[in-house]
Structure formats: C-alpha cells, structure tokens
Design a protein around this ligand. Sequence first.
Ligand code: IYR
Length: 221
Amino acid sequence: MNPTFIPLPAYEEYPVDDMRRRAAWFCHDISRRRTVRDFSPRPVPRDVIEDCLRAAGTAPSGANLQPWHFVVVGDPEIKRTICLGAEKEEYEFYHHKAPQEWLDALAPLGTDEHKTFLETAPYLIVIFAQSYGVLPDGRKVKHYYAQESVGIATGLLITAIHHAGLVSLTHTPSPMGFLNDILGRPARERPFLILVVGYPADGAKVPAITKKPLEEIATFV
Ligand code: IYR
C-alpha cells in the first residue's frame, strides 16, 4: 500500500519566550500531580472521562496499531467484584509472594492488601494491551511494541486526568488475569493496569516522598 501524506495539521510554533513560559508552567503544573489512595465517592462526569480517553488514544504506537483497550467501570457491583479479586491477589502478594526486598521498597508508600479505593472511587479504568489485533475477516495482525505503546497512552491518560482536576492511582494487582474474566475481555488482551480515577477524599493524605532532581535523571552530552 502506498503511503498518503498530508501537510502537518495544526502545528503551532511559539515565540521562544512563550515556549519557555509554557514549558515552565507545564512542569510546575504536572509537579502538583500526586498518586492518591484516598478517594471521594463523588461522581465524576462521564464526558470528562471520555475526553481523557480520547487524549490517551492520540498516543503514538508501534505502526500506529493502537494496541489498547480501556474498560471504564462505573457499576458498583463490578467495582466490588474487582475489589474482591484484587484483594485476594494482594493478600497473597503481601503475606506470601513478595520478597522482603520488595516489601522494604514499598514501605515508604504505606500500601497493604486492603484496596477499598476500588469500591469507593467513581471510576476504574482497566487498561488492556492487545498482543495482536483481529481484522473484520478474522485475520490476525501482530502488534509491535504493545507494552511501550500502552505505557505511553497510559501516561497521556494520567496527564489528561490531572489536567481535568481529578486524581488517579495506578494499581497493579498481580496477577491480573481475573480482570479478563470479570470484564469479558479476550485472552489476546492482557490487563496492563487499573487506573483508579476520581476526586480526592476530604483530608486525603499522600506519602512524604520526592522526585529525583534533573541532574540525577538526565545527562546532556
Ligand atoms: N500491587 C501491590 C504492590 C505494589 C507494588 C508496587 I512496585 C507499587 O509501587 C505499589 C504497590 C499494591 O497495589 O499494593
């Protein structure tokens, strides 16, 4: 198939001063983002979640195959089922499976096997990575870099949710196969993570942790 090219649509170059202001403002704004575990049950407008998902869907992906699927769970019964499934796996993790080194690494976060936020928060977005796609005629299409692509889309989703004034939590019960059963997703889709979304609870607390400074995370050569 011959590629079709169009002029780059909607690109905007900013004068360098504006560019600096925008970069600094965005850095400041995204620095306010915190992973939150205390959620309010306050409902969130569905159309806001839809726009955040549209933003996530703009992510670059291997061969533009967009190997993701987002299941938005607002139904209290399904949230409860997910909560029970996750807490079962997490109990095993915290009490039997996790090596001491891993538990030590998690200690500053104060996490444990109780995951009530999975019931409290108005929305759980369960993100699936598709290892291959299926064409209308049933043929399989291999997806390249599915994990990387879904990771990028998830980053955009987290950013969009923050930008909308909501908070999120990346939750990865392990193993996550129970999510396919609960949500009726095919085996070619692997749960990537659960993004818990909502408003923070009144008086929500977060761990006193910090991010590495630029000098530690980047090198210019
Ligand atoms: N999935 C567990 C454990 C956990 C693991 C990591 I790495 C974290 O950054 C946080 C938690 C849980 O959700 O509690």
